[in-house]
Design a binder for this molecule. Sequence first.
Ligand SMILES: Cc1cc2nc3c(=O)[nH]c(=O)nc-3n(C[C@H](O)[C@H](O)[C@H](O)COP(=O)(O)O)c2cc1C
Length: 436
Amino acid sequence: MTQAKHLKLGLFLRPCGHHIAAWRHPQGTPDAGLNHRHFVRIAQTAERGLFDMLFSADSPTAYTAETKGLERSHYVAWIEPFTLLSMLAGVTKNIGLVCTASTSFEEPYAVARRFASLDIVSDGRAGWNVVTTGNPIAAENFSREPHLPKAERYRKAREFLDVVLGLWDSWDTDAFVRDQASGVFFDWSKMRELNHHGAYYDVRGPLNVPRTPQGRPVIVQAGASEDGRELAAETAEVVFTAHETMASAQAFYADLKGRMAAYGRAPEDLKIMPGLFVVTAPTESEARAKFQTLQDLIHPEIGVSLLERKMGVDLSGWDVDGPLPEIPKSAVLSSRVDQMVEAARREGLTIRQLYQRFAASRGHFALVGTPVQVADEMERWFKEGAADGFNFMAPVFPGGLDDFVELVVPQLQRRGLMRTAYDGATLRDNLGLKKI
Ligand SMILES: Cc1cc2nc3c(=O)[nH]c(=O)nc-3n(C[C@H](O)[C@H](O)[C@H](O)COP(=O)(O)O)c2cc1C
């Protein structure tokens, strides 16, 4: 496999930031969820930092009571991502615009039409994060109950994708002749009806949007299960993923790229981008102090409920600054949780210290250090088969992104790991993906 010269960078949007206490930070933006100007500043900063794309995750449900522990979070309610990206298309020029749309709750015709239109208004910068939506509560917002089991969700997703890709091929690039003299607006021979009839969808087509600047928007996914990986190996061009260690990222990378040959695809046709949470400052002690400021802002109730959910225990009545009570080893706990509990005992961590450790990066790769330390680790992951790039998670917006763009991006450029100007006009060009 040929190694790309430059690593890819996505900016994982989240209203106030990716740290669980981001909204409480003195330099944070607590009203980010309705402050669209805040996102303009973020998008323009990311573009100044030559990021490949903005990425907005989404679930068509407010995270409230059922996700106890997040109920006070800034992620409960914010601007619908497609609307946000459409607005950001007008105030940016080069950066890609990727957001989520669910194959469980949307209709393929509507999704194909929306993303094709985003590709047009952004001059070729659109991408669709194809998700099946894990959160079962969403079904209750869409007159569907219960949520389909995962294997079936992925079968439906596969058919959904077929329909969308088919609709994007409704028109040849030169179908619209618009010949004023002859009165011929489009060439009927360059239009295709889809006439799809499948297990889940019946869609006639053609799409009422012409072929887009990228041919078709970029297909992004983030599945991790067997079904999710198989769908990605066959259809994804970018995959987001979460790994705390390089070994786990390398195993995922090798596994997913290894599945592609069966679909006649080359490993380069898919870019794997693990999440990367970074707190950086000119010196290590400053970076650590910055991080600790955030950690200390985690409300004890939120931190404790997070641990309770992870460990399946009731910690009410225990002093957060005291040691962890006896926790029975149980089959329901994951081995990772068992390891955390063992580490807490070994290191004599208090309940507060333990939830701080759990809460920081939500299972993603986390780095706290100088720009050189951060760049060293990014380089290692990139060069040693763990990542084609990263989905950058600022702990707090806008400051965490400003730090990364000012301090880390120049480090990466000096090492020849990042571009010094955008490569091309479209997201496909910048990601080095096949033209369609
Ligand atoms: C960086 C990242 C972003 C994700 N974004 C979304 C999202 O926007 N909406 C969603 O429902 N799931 C999202 N997911 C969850 C995945 O789509 C997927 O369901 C999850 O990784 C579990 O994999 P599985 O579905 O194969 O079990 C995301 C996962 C990651 C790692």
